[in-house]
Write a protein that binds this ligand. Structure first.
Ligand SMILES: Nc1ncnc2c1ncn2[C@@H]1O[C@H](COP(=O)(O)OP(=O)(O)O)[C@@H](O)[C@H]1O
Ligand SMILES: [Mg+2]
Length: 201
């Protein structure tokens, strides 16, 4: 049985297309909440290792991600982040500070560069970000890599615009705020590839 030493109790199952992700309580630690991600499929062990290594790397870089508490070959136990997914905030047309905080999170990630490219989140759908305690945390790091920063930005903007409710004025506003804040925080000069001078807010 998984994580037997922690005496875990499952309290909720999260939506996941590929794996099994649960909110749990660690009974032996005063019912501390945590998240258990059990990887499914042929590549389960490799995905689990990749995600653990990425989480540990980002944690060392001081980027906001859940801390890994324990792991096995096909499962990770990680810190539970109370709060709301960005997908829920966007669906509610919430216009709070999460937009600038998410832009800042990406600017920090993209500031990790090699010769011609920068670190990318990959799989930047809105369920992979949690607004917790007034800060944005990234989750789900199976597909991280290096490349052009616009790949991540275009995914975020695509989901912001097309997730329910699609293409509203508020969503348009969110995208503009997100890109403006990103350009402000980016360490690289985005001016030549991300010309926002015509943006009105
Ligand atoms: N550390 C966490 N704290 C709170 N909720 C989480 C945490 N990790 C995952 N979740 C929830 O579980 C869902 C699925 O987790 P995720 O790692 O994105 O799995 P998948 O790879 O299947 O998309 C997330 O969208 C989020 O709602
Ligand atoms: Mg996910």
């Amino acid at each position: 049985m998984l994580f037997v030493r922690h005496n875990i109790k499952i309290v909720e199952k999260y939506f996941s297309r590929r794996h099994s992700v649960y909110k749990v309580e660690i009974q032996s630690e005063n019912k501390t909440p945590a998240v258990l991600k059990v990887y499914e499929g042929e590549k389960a062990a490799a995905l689990c290792r990749t995600e653990r290594e990425n989480l540990e790397r980002l944690h060392r870089l001081d980027l906001r991600v859940p801390q890994v508490l324990a792991w096995e070959e096909r499962a990770l136990l990680m810190e539970f982040l109370p709060g709301m997914t960005v997908s829920r905030l966007a669906e509610n047309l919430d216009t709070g500070s999460w937009i600038e905080k998410m832009a800042y999170w990406f600017a920090r990630l993209h500031s990790v560069e090699n010769a011609s490219s920068c670190m990318l989140k990959g799989d930047a759908n809105l369920r992979n970000f949690i607004f917790s305690g007034g800060e944005i945390f990234g989750i789900d790091f199976e597909k991280m890599g290096f490349g052009d920063f616009r790949e991540d930005l275009s995914e975020v903007c695509f989901f912001l615009l097309t997730d329910y409710p699609p293409l509203t004025t508020e969503k348009d506003h969110m995208v503009r705020r997100f890109l403006k804040a990103y350009a402000k925080h980016a360490t690289r000069d985005t001016g030549t590839v991300l010309d926002l001078s015509h943006f009105r807010l």
